[in-house]
Design a protein around this ligand. Structure first.
Ligand SMILES: *Cc1c(COP(=O)(O)O)cnc(C)c1O
Ligand SMILES: [Zn+2]
Length: 423
């Protein structure tokens, strides 16, 4: 891994060699999250937009020189990354915008953005010869780890709050993971998982703890920029729970700027649910930089379970992503999140779970607040598939006033119904 120069503590700036520390800065404990530093000059010698253009591997592994794995480590077989970037002119029109794209990470192998990080976790664990991998999760990180582990027969233990949507728990059990349903919140599951990993010596995938997860998540920015022919957008909207995704989005863009492949940093907008708005509150209170560590945890409750986090684990990176790029935190209500599900689906055919639709709800809010201009080129990331949470989708369509019609299996009855609905 000579393309990696060090792992740098976000708090004290101390740098470590990758084999010196496993997860966090020893001087700063759980909060001493490390950021992977690369030798961009070395990477540029053999890696460029031109070499990429000639690479037929359309997955996150096409960016291997910018990933924290050994050059010869095998990639798991499940297809991760290179999700579609759809232009969405009808949605743009509704919002008075000219250029809008939806990056659909509901199209990942296990149907959420988390595959990008879990794929790296599995490669790292296998490099280390770990017997077991573990993670805590609101559901999707677990499903992603579970599926990718299944593809390479890697034992794993998963901690999720017992309130996780049934579809996500079903994925875990179907992939054959050992599943601990924690009688408590995601934050409780996280703490228990950290203790378990230490006690049993398991490889720890946890978000905002394992430094390599942001590195997997940053691939979304590589893809967005490559799909836009290296013309970086003006603004990117993404929902925020622990803040690892938004930190990854920022990291990917910083990599591309350092390489000189894009010529400007897009503004990054973090979208939070009103009932889980730690980062938005901290941002409004001016806790920019390390001051974000001073804020006490909040109680979190939202229909968007994937972004419910009372103490965002990656809050330093999540704050920097918005502050350093001139973006903003935007807060949306659960009703606005649910309303966005059918709007997004009908406007461009992308079916999102609540946390995914929250990104779009955030764009709607930002337009209302004058945070974007009609000429901005804007990308909204959908982070998870609607099939992850069918119950919320049903609530959303009910609230939108749509329901199915009941019909007997004969044409006469169909004609009665068609007449009633005026067709
Ligand atoms: C995990 C997740 C998020 C939030 O990512 P963080 O890194 O926790 O901020 C958003 N949407 C979906 C669908 C997720 O699974
Ligand atoms: Zn430190």
């Amino acid at each position: 891994m000579n393309h990696i120069t060090s792992l740098k503590c976000l708090i004290c700036g101390k740098e470590y060699q990758p084999d010196e520390v496993e997860y966090v800065c020893p001087d700063h404990g759980y909060e001493g999250i490390l950021d992977v530093q690369y030798d961009y000059g070395l990477i540029s010698l053999s890696f460029s937009p031109a070499t990429l253009a000639a690479n037929p591997d359309y997955s996150i592994w096409r960016y291997r020189p910018l990933l924290p794995i050994e050059p010869d480590s095998p990639a798991p077989p499940l297809a991760v990354g290179w999700t579609p970037l759809y232009e969405a002119p009808r949605l743009a029109g509704q919002l008075g915008l000219k250029h809008l794209w939806i990056k659909d990470d509901g199209r990942q192998a296990t149907a959420s953005f988390k595959d990008r990080a879990s794929a790296i976790a599995v490669v790292k664990a296998q490099e280390k010869g770990a017997a077991v991998i573990t993670t805590a999760s609101t559901g999707n990180a677990a499903a992603a780890l579970s599926g990718i582990c299944a593809s390479v027969e890697q034992p794993n233990v998963i901690f999720v709050p017992e309130s996780a949507p049934p579809a996500k728990i079903a994925q875990l059990l179907t992939f054959g993971s050992t599943v601990m349903l924690v009688h408590g919140t995601y934050d409780d599951a996280f703490d228990l998982c950290l203790q378990a990993a230490e006690t049993y010596g398991w490889y720890n995938r946890n978000t905002g703890f394992n430094p390599y997860m942001s590195e997997g998540k940053k691939t979304v920015s590589f893809e967005i920029c490559e799909q836009l022919a290296w013309q970086a957008p003006d603004a990117i909207f993404v929902s925020v729970g622990d803040g690892c995704i938004i930190g990854g989005v920022h990291k990917g863009l910083k990599d591309l700027l350092a390489l000189g492949w894009i010529d400007k940093m897009p503004r990054i907008y973090g979208v939070q649910a009103a009932g889980s708005n730690f980062m938005a509150e901290a941002w409004q209170a001016g806790l920019h930089g390390l001051d974000v560590l001073k804020k006490a945890p909040i109680d979190s409750h939202t229909v968007a379970d994937s972004i419910s986090a009372g103490l965002p684990r990656d809050r330093i990176k999540a704050m920097a992503a918005v502050v350093d790029t001139g973006g903003a935190y935007v807060v949306v209500s659960d009703d606005e999140i649910l309303a966005a599900i059918p709007v997004l689906a009908r406007g461009c055919g992308v079916f999102a779970e609540p946390a995914g639709a929250a990104g779009y709800a955030g764009l709607v809010k930002a337009v209302g607040q004058g945070l974007v201009s009609p000429d901005d080129r804007i990308v909204v990331i959908n982070t998870g598939s609607g099939l992850k949470d069918v119950k919320s989708a049903m609530t959303a369509v009910e609230q939108a006033g749509t329901q199915p019609y009941r019909v007997e299996p004969d044409l006469a009855d169909l004609q009665r119904v068609m007449a009633e609905i005026g067709r």
